[in-house]
Design a protein around this ligand. Structure first.
Ligand code: THU
Length: 129
């Protein structure tokens, strides 16, 4: 896909970050992405009194991908509560790799990168065949 409106995607992530449930860390995260049919997907972090049970914003986004028809994730960005682009945590890079594969494009603080660049030598579905 060409001509992706990264600014609009970042704005969608910023909007959903306002809905994060983050009473423990106070750190809001919003994620936005596109599916291969153009669907807009979003997610926000949802914390829990059992801190380790917290759901990252990416979990909600990938859940929405599947709940609304499946397909592949093609573009992704996540932001903090101020709308600044942040990097997905290590666990979420693995989750994003499953949903989008090595060619998934991510906006990062240093520009657009592929999933293969932010999770090199990844373990993935091909390793199970
Ligand atoms: N968080 C995310 O939602 N995604 C990430 O990729 C990084 C971390 C959340 C989890 C927790 O609610 C808060 O940010 C602080 O770690």
């Amino acid at each position: 896909m060409t001509g992706v409106d990264w600014a609009a995607l970042q704005q969608a992530a910023t909007d959903v970050a306002a809905r994060a449930y983050a009473p423990y860390s106070g750190f809001h995260v919003g994620a936005a992405g596109l599916a291969d049919d153009g669907r807009l997907l979003v997610g926000c972090n949802v914390e829990n009194a059992g801190y380790g049970v917290t759901l990252c914003a990416e979990c909600g986004l990938v859940s929405q991908l599947h709940a609304t028809g499946g397909g592949r994730l093609t573009h992704f960005v996540c932001v903090n509560g101020d709308g600044e682009v942040i990097m997905p945590c290590g666990r979420c890079r693995q989750i994003l790799y499953e949903a989008g594969g090595p060619d998934l494009e991510l906006q990062t603080p240093e520009g657009v990168r592929t999933m293969d660049q932010v999770l090199p030598l990844a373990f993935g579905p091909d390793d199970l065949t």
